[in-house]
Design a protein around this ligand. Sequence first.
Ligand code: SF4
Length: 181
Amino acid sequence: MTKEEVDRKWWEIGDFFRRNSLWMLMYCTGCCAIELPPAMTSAYDMERLGMGPMATPRQADVLLVTGYLSLKTLRRLIYTYEQMSEPKYVVGFGSCTINGGIYHDSHAVINQLDQYIPVDTYVAGCMPNTEAVMNGFIDLMELIKTKKADGWKRYHENYEWYKKNQLDSLGSIEVKDEFHE
Ligand code: SF4
């Protein structure tokens, strides 16, 4: 076996465990967040998918962005995303993360989350119901299985583009961690 084949095998094994044990950091920015608690109740029971909440970015696998994002919140979101260990995944909840939704013409709210950080999958709707939330999680697991949840790699490859968008909207961003050193 070549080194590349061994590496690929290890990633496949890692992806198997990762997708069946996803720890989520819930960045509850908007009203979509109200549909998350029912996903943890016995009616939907997200833990049967191996998913659960995580309080700190460095130990989380998935960043959930649940709705609209003001510019002030966006800055914190970028800090949070960059503190997460790789591989890491992002799920955008609700129309507001896709195109700004009903706040699309607000001066204080961003319109497209994926202009600032990579998004692996979206859950559309205003607000998406709990069934859609669960489907979003299952979609993410499938994307990890098929190696398509590669937003964290795209962030590296296109970092200058993301950084420019971040700076254009926010002005200076001071992040001091291992990602930038
Ligand atoms: S998509 Fe609708 S429910 Fe979700 S944050 Fe935006 S306005 Fe609120």
